[in-house]
Write a protein that binds this ligand. Structure first.
Ligand code: PGA
Length: 250
């Protein structure tokens, strides 16, 4: 059985003081039975990780902490970078890798995704690896080709059973136009089959694959009703404690 995993990607939002009130409000909203049903993760910006870590640990809140990126070297003369070693020291469990915004604005490639996964594993962090096609790629009918390449090149040589994969069609992110549950399920089925080819059937069956892109309290139940969808990576709706709690409780 694959336990659902609902992760909030706060992106470049929330000062550390805003983050404190968001995670506190979220913890009032969620109950023990919610955590039993789904694993809950929040991914604040780097500057808020320490503040959120302290609240989660001091108040024994069973929400896992994740970061939104990491650099592939553990330390050194790399001005401005943050390593997996630093994230682990803040008790992060997860790290998002290869988000489409990083691919688009910061030249992230399948090769750099691969190096970041290596760094995550070296530091005992679980990668949430994002894949997905753009609108043009979808229109051109190359969705499977694009995602197949992202998976084969991005994940090559790594243990996929220790990852979470997030299918995020780029055209659905932040647009309010989520993929239909059926389409998301089909593409996630394709991702699972591809992982079966790269790895093996057992890994493919066990790996959790999230859907991301305009997930809301209104569409989460139908998405989670699909056989292949194991959770959600939530952007905008994770910035509001009530909405995110409703998504967790889908
Ligand atoms: P969204 O973002 O929920 O705001 O569409 C999702 C994501 O980019 O992870």
């Amino acid at each position: 059985m694959r336990k659902p995993i609902i992760a909030g990607n706060w992106k470049e939002n929330m000062t550390h003081t805003d983050a404190i009130s968001l995670v506190q409000t979220l913890s009032y909203e969620l109950q023990e039975k919610d955590y039993d049903r789904a694993e809950v993760v929040v991914c604040p910006p780097f500057t808020a990780l320490r503040a959120v870590q302290l609240i989660l640990e001091n108040d024994h809140i069973p929400i896992a902490l994740g970061a939104q990126n990491l650099f592939w070297e553990d330390e050194g003369a790399y001005t401005g970078e943050i390593s997996g070693k630093f994230l682990k020291a803040l008790h992060c469990d997860y790290v998002i890798i290869g988000h489409s915004e990083r691919r688009k604005y910061f030249n992230e490639t399948d090769e750099t995704v691969n190096k970041r996964i290596e760094a995550a594993f070296r530091n005992d962090l679980k990668p949430i690896v994002c894949v997905g096609e753009t609108d043009e790629e979808r229109e051109a009918g190359s969705t499977e080709e694009v995602i197949g390449r992202q998976l084969r090149d991005g994940l090559a040589g790594h243990d996929i059973s220790k990852m979470v994969i997030a299918y995020e069609p780029v055209w659905a992110i932040g647009t309010g136009k989520a993929a239909t549950p059926e389409d998301a399920n089909d593409t996630i089925g394709f991702i699972r089959r591809t992982i079966g080819e790269i790895s093996d059937a057992k890994v493919a069956d066990g790996v959790r694959i999230q859907y991301g892109g305009s997930v809301s309290a209104g569409n989460i139940a139908q998405l989670m009703g699909q056989s292949e969808i194991d959770g959600a990576l939530v952007g905008g709706a994770s910035l509001d404690a009530k909405s995110f709690a409703m998504i967790v409780r889908y």
